[in-house]
Design a protein around this ligand. Structure first.
Ligand SMILES: O=C(O)C(=O)C[C@H](O)[C@H](O)COP(=O)(O)O
Length: 205
């Protein structure tokens, strides 16, 4: 089974304070979303990955915003069990292939998806989903590229997630709406759990 089949929604989290990481991850898991992507955009990100990997065994924590080979090394050393990137360069792809963990490289065009499929990589992040063409664009890619599965991310909301999930080439969607910055800042993990439970109830087909 693929990582993409663990949950219909992958929470994409920006962690400003590593102290929020463990209770946040517990709330997401309790709500039914075990796959958690911590974006490497903040100083606290790697520490957040370390803490979740050590203290929340039911979570499958990974790193997002992976852009370089050094990011790959740091993310895996911290305990990331998967890697997600916004786009894919040859150097980054080589590092991800060598990492030993599953990864979702970012693409936004048919050519990029075909280039990765040529390398045997057929589970991809479609980013930035809404801005790059949304549901209609992914539906169009499904005709000529039926063997490629996507996790669209970028601009997806609770209101639009279901329409993405209804596509046969969409396995799950990613989004930041599960962990609003104010909820994390206030320690409102009950709100995170509620948002996660609503998202977990979205069915893919
Ligand atoms: O950080 C990364 O690796 C990215 O590629 C960008 C994120 O996937 C989006 O920023 C998701 O955020 P929303 O659009 O608010 O749901």
């Amino acid at each position: 089974m693929s990582l993409l089949d663990l949950a219909p929604v992958v929470p994409v989290v920006v962690v400003d304070d590593a102290a929020t990481a463990v209770p946040m991850a517990r709330a997401l898991v309790a709500g039914g979303l075990p796959l958690i992507e911590i974006t490497l955009r903040t100083e606290a990100a790697l520490e957040a990955v370390r803490r979740i990997a050590a203290e929340v065994p039911d979570a499958v924590v990974g790193a997002g915003t992976v852009r370089t080979a050094d990011d790959v090394t740091a993310a895996v050393e911290a305990g990331s069990r998967f890697l997600v990137s916004p786009g894919t360069t040859p150097g980054l792809l080589a590092a991800m292939l060598a990492s030993g963990v599953p990864f979702l490289p970012g693409v936004a065009t048919a050519t990029e998806a075909m280039t990765l499929a040529e390398r045997g990589v057929r589970e991809l992040k479609f980013f930035p989903a809404e801005a790059a063409g949304g549901v209609g664009y992914l539906k169009s890619l499904g005709g000529p590229l039926p063997d490629v599965r996507f996790c669209p991310t970028g601009g997806i909301t609770p209101a639009t997630a279901a329409s993405y999930l209804s596509l046969p080439n969409v396995a799950c969607v990613g989004g930041s709406w599960l962990t609003p910055a104010d909820a994390l800042a206030q320690g409102d993990y009950a709100r995170v759990e509620k948002l996660a439970a609503e998202a977990a109830a979205l069915r893919s087909r």
